[in-house]
Design a protein around this ligand. Structure first.
Ligand code: ATP
Ligand code: MG
Length: 221
């Protein structure tokens, strides 16, 4: 099993966000996560990405227990973060470089690749996502949809195995929604694992192998 959550609980200082979450994800599966605003979907993605840690319960990634301690190991942490591509609900919070190209090159540079390989990966991803015209633009001057595409390009440049994407369709026009659907379908067709948080019924029916609903009590329904 790729991902296994057993009886996970998580609370922010003053509020419960995840209650007794048990969930398994196999390699190559596409999971749709839905639920009311505030039910805990984004928190669950943060936890899966090791940005917050359970107060109780177990998270196994490929058989390894994920907690604050194991992620203090820099080598493990780097490899773990490289394997999971995570697109935040609000891409503003994940873009910080001076230009789209720098942004896309940031991950591969962190991975310690050669300058030649970094350039090649950025070229490939920029062409694949269609960001050529925006390469030199500062990400904070882009539109919402362009920012989302840039965030996707950044994640893809690290060649992850798993993609976790929070509200991929929100704020996108029809054309960009169609592009996004095509992109996600191609990802799935390549046999790669996908976890999508969305309120979009059409997207869930078209792509999810399994839909998981989180209720307002923060438990899986
Ligand atoms: N940084 C934070 N500090 C404190 N409480 C938080 C924080 N982030 C989220 N919460 C609370 O945790 C609960 C779950 O929030 P979360 O963002 O996971 O919900 P969500 O299902 O993604 O909602 P939405 O559909 O609106 O994006 C909510 O009650 C929210 O108010
Ligand atoms: Mg959310």
């Amino acid at each position: 099993m790729l991902i296994e959550l057993r009886d996970i609980n998580f609370e922010y200082e003053d509020s419960v966000a995840l209650k007794d979450i048990t969930l398994s994800v196999e390699k190559g599966e596409c999971i749709g996560l839905e639920g009311d605003n505030g039910s805990g979907k984004s928190t669950l993605l943060k936890l899966l990405n090791g940005l917050v840690f359970q107060s109780s319960g177990t998270y196994l990634f490929n058989g390894t227990k994920i907690d604050g301690k194991v992620l203090q190991d820099e080598r493990f942490s780097k490899a773990f973060h490289q394997r999971i591509g995570y697109i935040f609900q609000n891409p503003d919070t994940q873009l910080f470089c001076g230009s789209v190209r720098e942004e896309v090159e940031f991950g591969p540079r962190q991975m310690g690749l050669s300058e030649e390989e970094i350039r090649k990966r950025a070229d490939d991803v920029i062409a694949m996502i269609g960001l050529e015209k925006l390469e030199e633009r500062p990400p904070y001057h882009l539109s919402g949809g362009e920012k989302k595409k840039t965030a996707i390009a950044c994640v893809l440049s690290m060649n992850p195995e798993i993609l976790m994407i929070d509200e991929p369709m929100s704020g996108l026009d029809r054309k960009t929604r169609e592009w996004m659907l095509g992109f996600l379908k191609a990802w799935k067709k390549a046999g790669k694992t996908l976890i999508i948080v969305t309120h979009d019924e059409k997207l869930l029916t078209e792509i999810a192998d399994r839909v998981v609903t989180i209720g307002e009590d923060h438990r899986i329904v």
